[in-house]
Design a protein around this ligand. Sequence first.
Ligand SMILES: O=C(CO)[C@@H](O)[C@H](O)COP(=O)(O)O
Ligand SMILES: [Fe+2]
Length: 228
Amino acid sequence: MAYSAKIGPSILSSDLSCLGSECVRMMECGADYLHLDVMDGHFVPNITFGHPMVECLRKSLGQEPFFDMHMMVSRPEQWVKPMAAAGANQYTFHLEATTNPGNLIKEIKESGMKVGLAIKPGTTVEELAPWANQIDMALVMTVEPGFGGQKFLDDMMPKVSWLRSQFPSLDIEVDGGVGPDTIHKCAEAGANMIVSGSAVIASDDPRSVIALLRTVVAEAIQKRSLDR
Ligand SMILES: O=C(CO)[C@@H](O)[C@H](O)COP(=O)(O)O
Ligand SMILES: [Fe+2]
């Protein structure tokens, strides 16, 4: 069992005029990585930022924070090289946004980044499965992508359970509506990379929330390894 519990705050819910200091705050509060939501106003009905912002964050934060780029964009092929040059570590694209996932996976790897593959709530996990042995991480969206602060979709959990049963060592990420009230379901289903936006950012005590999320996931991983 190669995977471990990792918590990645989504900084979408933070005060975007203070993005650099919010990223620093999250890392100081124990974040394992930063989940950066890129939206193009086309694949999703919202706009955030692109590679110029990522380049600035990398310069200001240094080499340490791992940047997981959640690319909610049409034609994800066009941003692979710019994101790699800007300092992204993982490029997570949506299966729904491309007609040639195999080629995109290859391009991401060639540019030196890890590969994440995301599916929206309406996409079945069987559609992701053929690519699972070529990727570093599968992202099961637990809300419709586009906005922070939405309600967690419980009925995405069978996708996570199925993926965990089929791919025991794969990093599986959940994103959307995840916090102290919903983490147990994610952990029991087998997710190990946890994106949490509003529950962490808006908390008076983000350090405790991050620690709690990690403990719940680590305990579920431990239990699964004992049950095997
Ligand atoms: O990708 C997205 C939304 O599209 C997420 O990363 C959200 O930003 C997570 O925020 P919360 O749902 O945890 O508030
Ligand atoms: Fe996201």
